[in-house]
Design a binder for this molecule. Structure first.
Ligand SMILES: [Zn+2]
Length: 275
């Protein structure tokens, strides 16, 4: 059982921290590499198997493992697309999933830090075989889908939305993640929620402690889950469309969730009242 140094995540130059916490005691962390990555990580050894589905190309050391991860990826994608109302969206190319045999091979070939549970670049996700990998994959698929859907739009000010959707996807895919985030909402968010201004303008950085980072992710995920459930999937899709068209979040929310919320402050207030 290792304690994870969150500051080490954010301190890595050029890399943004992305925290995926399926259990309180087993913390899997993910680095989202800056793009483009010109030298992808070393792949699997010769003899590895591939399984291709509608939206994923999964490589692992045996067909059964590749098939199991491919099914999980398809289930995660389908659930996410339904939640976000993305019925007319399809990835331009299959997302690549590489499943290393174990942690040792993953660390040796990706050169990630000891605590890293997965790494993503381009349209690929690299993980190693373990139960928590599913949380990492579900989280990261959401990032790939969000990035591709929003293609051409500056999403640098939408970190709260991008991470909130990814946490929502992770919770929906893995009961252990749902439990862990629910406990963090109870312990850290409910007693002292961040203002929406703070949530949307302060992604976790090197200056923040582990608990502040946990609270930020848990709140982002809780807010997005609430907006999807209370606002409606189709309205959430309209919200994303309007953001993609360049509307600021307040106008996008007011137009997409008309009848429910007039702006993000109203959506945020409704979320607070639901806690
Ligand atoms: Zn993330």
């Amino acid at each position: 059982m290792r304690r994870v140094l969150l500051l080490a995540v954010a301190a890595a130059p050029g890399l943004s921290a992305c925290v995926s916490l399926p259990e309180d005691v087993l913390r899997q962390h993910l680095i989202e590499a800056p793009e483009p990555v010109s030298a992808p990580y070393a792949g699997l050894d010769p003899g590895a198997k591939s399984v291709e589905t509608a939206r994923f190309l999964v490589r692992a050391y045996d067909t059964g493992t590749a098939q199991a991860y491919a099914s999980f990826c398809e289930d995660s994608y389908t659930r996410l697309a339904g939640d976000l109302g993305l019925y007319s969206f399809a990835p331009a190319a299959p997302y690549n999933i590489v499943v290393y045999r174990d942690r040792e091979e993953y660390l040796a070939k990706t050169k990630q830090a000891e605590w890293s549970g997965g790494v993503a670049y381009g349209n690929a996700i690299h993980v190693y075989e373990n139960e928590a990998a599913k949380g990492v994959i579900a989280h990261e698929i959401a990032h790939l889908v969000f990035k591709e859907f929003m293609d051409g739009t500056d999403i640098s000010a939408l970190v709260w939305l991008n991470e909130g959707i990814a946490v929502h996807a992770e919770k929906a895919a893995l009961p252990a993640s749902a439990d862990a985030y629910a406990s963090r909402v109870t312990r850290l968010v409910r007693p002292a929620p961040l203002s929406f201004t703070a949530l949307s303008s302060m992604p976790p950085g090197a200056a923040q402690t582990g608990e502040a980072v946990e609270r930020w992710y848990a709140q982002a995920g809780s807010l997005i889950t609430f907006m999807i459930r209370a606002g409606g999937n189709f309205n959430f899709y309209l919200f994303l469309r309007k953001l993609k068209d360049g509307l600021p979040p307040d106008s996008a929310a007011g137009e997409a969730f008309a009848g429910s919320w007039r702006d993000m402050a109203a959506a945020d207030a409704a979320w607070r009242a639901s806690l």
